[in-house]
Write a protein that binds this ligand. Structure first.
Ligand SMILES: Cc1ncc(COP(=O)(O)O)c(C=O)c1O
Length: 422
């Protein structure tokens, strides 16, 4: 059995069969978007806005704020390009805040120092599913807003891409923000290959959004079908990922399939390095809704499984590798090591692919390229993000991960890893 931290890790046999039926047109997904909307409206007790991607939802919302090129949007540097691109698309300026070492979430003391009269929005992120205290952030925002004119207020956006739970309100998710959104891309809590849900709390912006949303188009049929085809192609890659093609090399059938599928445009990277491309807003399609409805049924089960695996890591990993979080159903379990690459290789021998979120600020942009400067990130400005990014390893918690493998992984780490001291 192999374990993949990304690449449709939540897709079980029934999801794969569903994708097959969609591609072969054995079933019709017509009306599923409406069904999904009703379900989500029931869960969130608010009007759900459904999009093709998380970044579409963020772009849609930022556009409602009529930002100009001197306006600043503050966000943590330990993040992914999907959050930064929409800011660039609006022509506003992303301003990066460092993270706290213990939580991988925004350092609120640094946030306070970075707020200026040009700040118009703050995006906070529940990294790996560890919840940031949004009530505190709201207090910071309100203090500043009291001094501001109505049309220059700061808006609080909550990026919930790393978490999905029907118990969101118990955790305070969505309670203090003007808008919060969830991503359903291929490696998230629940997934429709691509997809997103946005909820707007701010009444004025909700009215505006309701009007604007009517003008947003659905993806075309080919793009909608991509979501189902991706599941089939990746399940084929995964079946062959570790099958050697050329003996004594690491060239496997699965790796060749990835190259071929990418060259043919059949699969795309979820996070590319081009920040200019992709500036579009599309609604979720019926096909994505159909895939997501099947995942939604299993969301509690997935979270329970993640919690069980996190508990195993917390029990079996030596103390210096354990991660303390305020939720237990983490999307990924981060550990900090001196010899990250060595452990990654050792886990690969177990047929387990671990993760590297977020190796660089604004993942996957690299220090070598000029791309970090293009997105306004100054190298050296967020030392925790840069330092921890190089040393972090993410362990899987998804349904491919069994208790036995989690124990094995913990033992390998205890034996061969060297903890990071800071
Ligand atoms: C922190 C964070 N926010 C938002 C997103 C939204 O991504 P997408 O546009 O692919 O749905 C991602 C995707 O990986 C993410 O990691």
């Amino acid at each position: 059995m192999s374990v993949f931290i990304g690449s449709i890790p939540n897709n079980d046999k029934d999801d794969i069969q569903l994708a097959k039926d969609i591609v072969k047109r054995n079933i019709s997904c017509e009306g599923d978007l409406i069904t999904l909307k009703k379900k989500l409206e029931g869960i969130f007790n608010s009007k759900p806005f459904l999009f093709n991607r998380g970044r579409d939802s963020l772009y849609f919302f930022l556009r409602l704020l009529n930002l100009n090129s001197t306006d600043e949007v503050l966000l943590q540097a330990f993040t992914c390009i999907a959050v930064v691109s929409p800011i660039i698309w609006t022509k506003a300026k992303p301003v990066y805040i460092d993270i706290k070492k213990e939580s991988f979430n925004m350092n609120l003391d640094s946030l306070k120092k970075k707020i200026t009269s040009n700040t118009r929005a703050i995006i906070v992120q529940h990294t790996f599913g560890n919840i940031i205290d949004t009530q505190k952030v709201r207090e910071i925002v309100e203090k500043e807003n009291r001094r501001r004119e109505t049309n220059r207020k700061i808006y609080l956006i909550e990026d919930c891409a790393h978490i999905f739970t029907e118990d969101f309100s118990k955790l305070g998710i969505g309670k203090y923000s003007d808008m919060y959104f969830f991503s359903f891309s291929q490696d998230k809590s629940i997934s429709s290959t691509q997809g997103a849900l946005m909820i707007i709390n701010n009444p004025t912006l909700l009215k505006k959004a309701t009007l604007e949303y009517q003008n947003i188009q659905e993806p075309n049929k080919k793009e909608a079908l991509y979501n189902a085809k991706y599941i089939l192609l990746w399940s084929n890659i995964k079946r062959n990922y570790f099958k050697t093609l050329i003996p004594f090399t690491n060239i496997t059938i699965g790796r060749i399939l990835i190259i071929v599928y990418r060259m043919l445009g059949l699969i795309r990277k979820q996070a590319g390095t081009n920040t200019v491309q992709g500036a579009k807003i599309e609604k979720m399609s019926d096909i994505q809704a159909c895939l997501l409805l099947n995942q939604l049924k299993k969301s509690n089960l997935f979270n329970k499984h993640r919690e069980d695996i996190v508990n195993i890591y917390n029990k079996y990993l030596d103390k210096e590798y354990r991660y303390t979080s305020n939720t237990k159903f983490l999307l990924r379990y981060p550990i900090l090591l001196q010899n990250t690459q060595e452990i990654k290789r050792r886990l690969l021998e177990l047929k387990l692919i671990s993760g590297n979120w977020y190796k660089n600020p604004v993942h996957p942009l690299t220090y070598e390229s000029k791309k970090l400067t293009d997105v306004n990130y100054i190298v050296g400005s967020c030392p925790n993000t840069e330092f921890l990014g190089k040393q972090v390893l993410n362990l899987p918690t998804n349904i491919e991960m069994t208790s036995e493998i989690a124990i094995k992984v913990s033992k390998i780490i205890n034996k061969f890893a060297r903890p990071l001291k800071f």
